[in-house]
Design a protein around this ligand. Structure first.
Ligand code: C2E
Ligand code: MG
Ligand code: MG
Length: 776
């Protein structure tokens, strides 16, 4: 939920509750005032009604008094001959009405009854020439006569809501006073009537307005119960009252109107306050935070370098400024470490990280525009040797010089410098990227790179003739991803190394197939069952006098899945994957087991050579197990030669020499195998704690060529001076054999003499050869 919504949810209930409480307090007060006000209003209305009624009542009083006290009625009653007497009374009635406050339209009537209750006169102020007396007046006159009343007052209301006030008075015609004897002949009854139209009108409006119930009451006709709630009582005459009782619904509707009004006002207030607060909170609190948040998001998404510098003095401004400064410092530190993480300090070339970033970009560009590009994987040959022999300073100098040469060459070849093209992956490994180069044009660049190494490198401390192995892979045919391309270029580089170094190898499907086979071998080696799959062949060796002096134990692996695999193939893999110790111990144990049988075939003085993996060096466990096996099989170590390869022996430190010394102290003889394949000079080799040097087949081929024969003698003599025996390997021709015997070679081994064979066929071999006789 965002900040805006959260503030809305927080403030809205607070506003609603506050206004609801205010509205409730107002309602409490207002409803009281409203009731008081309404009571007041009703009472005013009641007073008005009372006044209006009294007006009519007073009019009748005054009119009646003026009649009895004036001489017009006397004239009427006494001068019965006067023809105008009626007219005079009519005029008097009209003038009384016009004097009254009720207006000319007020209906009033006068009726005079004699002592027999006979109507003597009836007049009214209407325009109706045929107007007749109403029965109510006759009824009053009759009631007065019957009940012997001197005065009577009444107010009645008809069904149509028209009311009338009637006053009757008994009068003595002679005295014009109230008669003492009501039965006297001279007693007349005067009945005056008025219709209180305005009073009726007021009652009607009051009734409608208040939905009120009207109830007349007096002593004769009291109320059942005292009035409740909003009500008013109007005194109409001495003993005649009117109760105005508005209905409950009237007040309830007023209160509900008040409630609705308050609710509307409250809602409007809530809305307005909420909008105002929202606007203010947004403007002064939320928006600055939201702006800051948006900017931070942009900064994190790298759409912006930093947030805008905030100038406001509030908390948000301060927070923003702190972040701005902090991010600037972090950014600086990041940029520095970003560069450092991508640059190799020694050569100043971009490193592996830099390469991957650049390569991904190049791949994207190539995919988009359907371009090609090539990757050259370079490993400097024998760099470790230089490093170990001459020290890291020289190694570093060499790497810097090589990097500079690469950079120079590539700058000229590509004629562009919009990005780096040479990268140092690690140690002595480099990668060169060639944008828009196909395999053929990249090969030409590779040849130029190889030429860079032709004359070696000259430093103060000497000349260093290093070379490079190059692997080439091109997009898209050799891989569609950078990982694939690097791995394939790396594979090709290994191929270049394994096939003699100082050369270029292209990645190919064939290469990949070999690689897959190697991987399969690697897998199968881990699962190997030595007793079932491994066996030993023995290759006899002879001295100048054709005596069999010994044999070399050579391992054979017949895999149930892929058939026979050459030790030259699987031994390096076993060394890499760590299975070598188990294999070496198996070979040692098997040859120890075979030794008595070998002696019985090839002679008591037989020396058996065993190849040990270079990875074994330093292993105390190996020496320990060797001792145990010697003890177990009753072996004299002097009957065995342990062979270790030249390149490996030379790469080892003084620790390795001590390790070899320990083997020698046990009584084993140490042979340097494959001498001549590495770059070691014989001078270096003779300083080693060895008993035998085995000249490799390649060296044998070289030194037995006619023009180099003098070398053979010199090399062998040099070994003899150091009391080192020389074994020549890979003798295939009698020419080679003769040549080396002449040069005083001690032992010869090769297909000319014998091929490696199982122990069971050794005897047959001996029989087939002339040696059999001598051995026996
Ligand atoms: P190596 O120790 O130099 O063994 C000599 C290799 O040269 C043998 O190959 C042998 O068959 C071959 N050879 C000898 N004379 C001739 C010749 O006149 N012409 C030709 N063309 N080849 C000749 P192999 O048996 O294939 O062994 C290859 C390498 O495998 C060995 O080279 C050795 O380094 C390694 N190896 C063999 N057996 C073992 C073992 O039991 N343990 C270890 N760690 N390595 C072994
Ligand atoms: Mg060997
Ligand atoms: Mg060898």
């Amino acid at each position: 939920m965002n900040l805006g919504k959260r503030t809305s949810l927080l403030i809205l209930p607070v506003i609603i509750i506050s206004y609801a409480m205010i509205a409730w307090i107002i309602y409490e007060r207002e409803s009281g005032s409203l009731q008081a006000l309404e009571k007041n209003r009703l009472e005013q209305r009641a007073s008005l009604i009372g006044f209006t009624f009294n007006d009519y009542n007073n009019f009748l009083d005054t009119y009646l008094r003026s009649l009895t006290e004036g001489n017009i009625l006397a004239a009427y009653l006494r001068n019965t001959n006067n023809v105008y007497r009626e007219k005079m009374l009519t005029g008097h009635l009209e003038s009384a009405i016009s004097r009254g406050r009720q207006g000319r339209q007020t209906f009033a009537s006068l009726s005079i009854f004699d002592s027999d209750n006979t109507l003597k006169l009836y007049i009214e102020n209407s325009t109706d020439p045929f107007a007749t007396i109403q029965p109510e007046q006759i009824r009053i006159a009759t009631e007065m006569a019957d009940q012997k009343l001197r005065k009577k007052w009444e107010h009645t209301t008809s069904d149509n809501g028209q009311s009338a006030i009637r006053q009757g008075t008994a009068i003595d015609a002679k005295t014009l006073l109230t008669p003492t004897l009501l039965q006297a002949e001279s007693t007349y009854r005067i009945i005056v009537t008025a219709r209180p139209d305005k009073f009726d009108e007021l009652l009607r409006t009051t009734q409608t307005e208040y939905q009120a119930e009207l109830r007349y009451f007096g002593i004769d006709n009291p109320l059942d119960a005292p009035p409740q709630g909003l009500s008013a009582i109007v005194k109409l005459s001495q003993n005649y009252f009117l109760l105005i009782q508005p209905s409950e619904a009237y007040l309830a509707s007023l209160l509900s109107q008040l409630q609705i009004r308050l609710l509307a006002i409250m809602s409007a207030s809530v809305l307005i306050t909420f909008i105002l607060l929202q606007l203010l909170i947004r403007r002064y609190i939320t928006n600055p935070i939201v702006r800051l948040d948006e900017q931070l998001t942009d900064v994190i998404a790298r759409k912006k370098d930093n947030i805008d510098f905030p100038h406001s003095e509030d908390e948000v401004g301060r927070l923003g400024r702190k972040f701005h400064d902090l991010y600037e410092k972090l950014n600086q530190a990041f940029q520095e470490s970003f560069l450092q993480a991508r640059i190799d300090v020694l050569t100043q070339l971009p490193n592996r990280v830099g390469f991957h970033e650049a390569a991904e970009k190049m791949l994207l560009d190539a995919e988009k525009h359907q371009k090609q590009f090539s990757i050259i994987y370079i490993d400097i040959d024998n760099f470790k040797f230089v490093n170990d022999k001459y020290g890291h300073e020289i190694g570093d100098e060499l790497l810097k010089a090589i990097s500079a040469k690469f950079n120079y060459l590539i700058a000229i070849a590509l004629k562009r410098n919009d990005m780096p093209f040479v990268y140092r992956l690690s140690g002595d490994e480099f990668i060169i990227m060639l944008p828009e180069y196909d395999n053929d044009s990249a090969s030409q660049v590779c040849n130029k790179i190889l030429k860079l190494f032709t004359n070696g490198f000259n430093f103060e401390r000497g000349h260093f003739a290093v070379t490079a192995s190059l692997g080439l892979a091109s997009y898209p045919q050799d891989g569609s991803s950078i990982t694939q391309l690097i791995s394939n270029a790396d594979l090709a580089m290994y191929q270049a190394k394994n096939t003699g170094k100082n050369r270029l190898a292209h990645y190919s499907n064939e290469l990949a197939k070999n690689d897959r086979q190697l991987k399969e071998i690697e897998f199968l080696l881990k699962e190997i069952n030595p007793e079932a799959e491994l066996s030993l062949n023995y290759m006899p060796v002879i001295d100048h006098a054709d005596n069999v002096k010994g044999c070399e134990a050579l391992l054979r692996w017949h895999s149930p899945q892929i058939g026979p695999v050459s030790p030259a193939v699987f031994i390096p893999i076993a060394e890499e994957t760590g299975v070598f110790e188990m294999i070496d111990l198996w070979v040692i144990e098997q040859s120890f087991k075979d030794y008595p049988q070998l002696q019985s075939i090839l002679g008591e003085q037989l020396q058996v050579s065993i190849n040990i993996s270079s990875a074994e060096v330093h292993s105390d466990n190996f020496i320990h197990k060797l001792k145990t096996l010697c003890h177990q099989y009753g072996i004299t170590p002097g009957d065995f030669v342990l062979e270790i390869t030249e390149t490996f022996a030379m790469e080892q430190s003084s620790d390795a020499i001590q390790w070899l010394e320990r083997l020698r102290q046990l009584g084993f003889k140490i042979a340097i195998d494959d001498f001549g394949t590495g770059y070691t000079s014989l001078m270096q080799m003779v300083d080693y704690p060895v008993d035998i040097i085995k000249f490799d087949k390649q060296l044998v081929e070289r030194i037995t060529q006619t023009e180099r024969r003098h070398l053979a003698k010199a090399l062998i003599d040099l070994c003899h001076i150091q009391s080192i025996q020389v074994v020549a390997e890979g003798i295939e021709t009698s020419e080679q054999s003769r040549c080396l015997w002449q040069a005083d070679c001690d032992i010869q081994q090769g297909f000319l003499i014998a091929k490696p064979m199982p122990i069971d066929t050794l005897k047959q071999w001996l029989e087939e050869h002339r040696y059999l006789e001598r051995v026996v």
